[in-house]
Design a protein. Structure first.
Length: 162
């Protein structure tokens, strides 16, 4: 079993990475793989060079786990914490590991720092959604100006005279 340490990076399976960037990875569990070299800084530089962004999440999912050894307890806690990482977050960095050893078992707590790889930072909204919102805004402006014009002609909406 791989030694799991703070600042290790994991990628969700089928995460789209920049062209030409294929980091050495090692299978973990439940759809996640370890990135063997580099951290969030290196990954972020490569993604920015490709025109994307590495967006950090404010959420810090964590979970505890138990095992007979320190490594088993950390792996258990990591597996359970990864289940709390929602889509579209597809990269995590292990932020903190706390281990407490008891005579017959070990308890570990893992805190994750999730990220999302955003391929096209300028297109945060799909083109179809943007076109629809622009059409809606144009129609809303037309209706609003029409209502204002009607209200100004109506005697019940006229301004009070002193």
């Amino acid at each position: 079993m791989r030694r799991i340490a703070e600042h290790a990076m994991l990628l969700r399976d089928r995460t789209r990475l920049p062209d030409g960037f294929t980091p050495a990875t090692e299978e973990f569990q439940e759809g996640w793989t370890f990135v063997r070299s580099g951290g969030a800084h290196r990954l972020g530089k490569k993604i920015r060079a490709d025109g994307g962004l590495l967006l950090s999440s404010v959420a810090r999912p964590s979970h505890g786990g138990t095992g007979k050894t320190q490594e088993a307890a950390i792996a258990s806690a990591l597996r359970l914490a990864l289940r709390r990482v929602n889509n579209p977050l597809n990269v995590v960095q292990i932020g903190q590991i706390q281990v407490t050893t008891y005579p017959w078992f070990v308890v570990a707590r893992v805190v994750l720092c999730p990220y999302q790889i955003q391929q096209r930072p300028l297109s945060l909204v799909r083109d179809e959604e943007l076109e629809l919102s622009m059409l809606f805004a144009a129609e809303l402006a037309a209706v609003t100006s029409n209502l204002v014009a009607q209200a100004s002609l109506s005697p019940e909406f006229s301004a009070p005279v002193d």
